[in-house]
Design a protein around this ligand. Structure first.
Ligand code: TXA
Ligand code: MG
Length: 314
């Protein structure tokens, strides 16, 4: 069941309570409705991917109430700060170096060393972020491949029964997603959106480079290399060969496991930490084998990531 929460003090308190309990709540921003979950919780973020039916772990945007909160998790360079001062709160997302120990789930950044940060202007989003008092990962609140929602009814049309609640804030004013930008050392546009590139150029007094779609990098190895462990990786393994470290799933037991009970949400939540831990245990020149993960639901995104990890290195 997905409940609709009224845009009042009680509705916001209930939304914050659900989020604190690791549940998913859709909420309005000035651009589109976001599908919010606690960005510090591997499990909550895994459930965002599950609810959207995303076939891969694209990095998600972290929503925060203000610049000070952004500085707690990311390095804000000089141009980023200038942009934040001018356009936050508002429809601008900055991709910034992630601070170590920031506590953001590696599923949010898809294992990258950068994090996309946004300070939404919508008063309900602001009130929710302050009531929740933490970072919210929030992609647009639509099933993967469908149009972004600008009304609570759109959210329910796509995600009813898959999320706990939607905070009903009426119609979103901007209606298209935030602009995504790399700011330092030089501005690069990763996705056009609510803040025009011309406004960024006018503020910084320099041209904005074109970075293409951040979710689909032009160089295919660009993202893949971030996900690759040092060790050689073999997939669909039902037992360890000599010298291999086996990572199990369900009935296939290993030195580590993605989920002993075969739970795909748990497996997704543990994926990036397990990759790192397996790499550490396998050691230099080591080999890792992964048990089969079913190609369904979150398993598709997990297998996409594992295939990248196993892909031949350039
Ligand atoms: O307006 C918006 O931005 C909406 C509302 C809900 O705030 N949110 C949104 O989120 O559009 P989402 O998850 O659909 O957009 C995420 C995109 C990714 O596809 C990727 O292009 C970019 O943000 N992104 C996130 N983290 C990144 C990173 N570390 N490096 C490069 N790009 C990143
Ligand atoms: Mg989207």
């Amino acid at each position: 069941m997905t409940v609709t929460l009224a845009p009042d003090t009680d509705g916001i308190a209930e939304a914050a309570r659900l989020l604190t309990a690791g549940e998913l709540v859709a909420f309005p921003t000035e651009t589109v409705y976001g599908l919010g979950g606690d960005a510090r919780s591997d499990r909550a973020v895994a459930r965002i991917y599950e609810a959207k039916g995303r076939p891969s772990f694209n990095p998600l945007i972290v929503h925060l109430p203000d610049l000070a909160a952004a500085e707690a998790i990311a390095e804000v360079g000089p141009k980023a700060r200038k942009l934040a001062d001018a356009f936050w709160p508002g429809p601008l997302t900055l991709v910034l170096p992630l601070k170590s120990g920031a506590g953001i789930s590696p599923l949010v950044t898809a294992g990258l060393s950068t994090v996309a940060v946004r300070v939404p202007a919508h008063p309900l989003a602001q009130r929710l972020l302050r009531a929740f008092d933490g970072p919210l990962a929030a992609p647009s609140a639509n099933p993967s491949g469908r149009v972004s929602p600008t009304r609570a009814g759109h959210v329910l049309g796509g995600l009813t029964g898959r999320i706990s609640a939607v905070l009903d804030g009426g119609t979103c004013a901007v209606g298209l997603e935030s602009t995504i930008l790399l700011a330092d050392p030089a501005p690069v546009l990763l996705r056009p959106g609510g803040v025009p590139a011309e406004a960024v150029e006018a503020l910084l007094g320099e041209a904005v480079g074109q970075g293409g779609d951040a979710g689909k990098p032009t160089s295919p190895g660009q993202l893949a290399s971030h996900y690759a462990p040092e060790a050689a990786v073999r997939l669909e393994a039902v037992e360890a060969r000599p010298g291999e470290l086996l990572v199990g799933f369900g009935d296939v037991k290993g030195a580590l496991t993605l989920s002993g009970t075969g739970d795909l949400v748990e497996a997704a939540a543990r994926l990036f930490d397990t990759l790192r831990e397996a790499d550490r245990m396998a050691g230099p020149g080591g080999r890792i084998a992964f048990a089969p993960v079913p190609e369904m639901g979150l398993g598709r995104a997990i297998n996409d990531r594992l295939r990248r990890a196993a892909a031949p290195r350039s």
